[in-house]
Design a binder for this molecule. Structure first.
Ligand code: HPA
Length: 177
């Protein structure tokens, strides 16, 4: 894709973070670059221009930054999917797989109406545990998950394949091996 290098070059790679042997893809440098940020949001939005999207669901915390911008551009509502205990009203929750063990994520029970068309947004998909939990959570309250969208895919970690196995179309802008 023609935008690939532009956007890719603005992602900073931090070796050995948070643990030795991990190459951490840091998107704060992309977000701080006005052209790259706009480009990334435009490209995330592009396939949905002209189709009805009711809500954009963003996964805490980096998914909030991108999801808010995407929702604004689509004239859709924004729905936060948060770590357990952060949302004040009645919630639904879903456990999800971490590298070691599990955790729980929540959303407000009335954040999406049954049948509403929702796009899930996060900055990066790795093993897909969080995104898979988010899809299940959205479906639990009757949402139609139209797609899951990410700036970065780490395909070797299998997350995108995991979502596609759940019949969720996955779109990412760039990949790192
Ligand atoms: N960057 C940001 N978040 C992540 C990464 C990464 O490289 N791997 C797993 N989660």
């Amino acid at each position: 894709m023609t935008f690939d290098l532009d956007i890719k070059n603005t992602v900073r790679t931090i070796p050995d973070y948070p643990k030795p042997g991990i190459l951490f893809r840091d998107i704060t440098t992309l977000l701080a670059d006005a052209r790259a940020f706009r480009r990334a949001v435009d490209e995330l939005v592009h396939p949905w221009a002209g189709s009805k999207i009711d809500k954009v669901a963003g996964i805490e915390a980096r998914g909030f930054i991108l999801g808010g911008a995407v929702a604004h551009q689509l004239s859709a509502g924004f729905v936060p999917i948060r770590k357990k205990g952060k949302l004040p009203h009645k919630t639904v929750s879903m456990s999800y797989a971490l590298e070691y063990g599990t955790d729980e994520m929540e959303m407000h029970v009335d954040a999406v109406q049954p049948g509403e068309r929702v796009i899930l947004v996060d900055d990066l998909i790795a093993t897909g545990g969080t995104a898979e939990g988010a899809v299940k959570l959205l479906r639990q309250i009757g949402a139609t998950v139209v797609a899951a969208c990410f700036i970065i895919d780490l395909p070797d970690l299998g997350g995108a394949a995991k979502l596609r196995a759940l019949d969720v179309p996955v779109r990412s802008l760039i990949a790192f091996d």
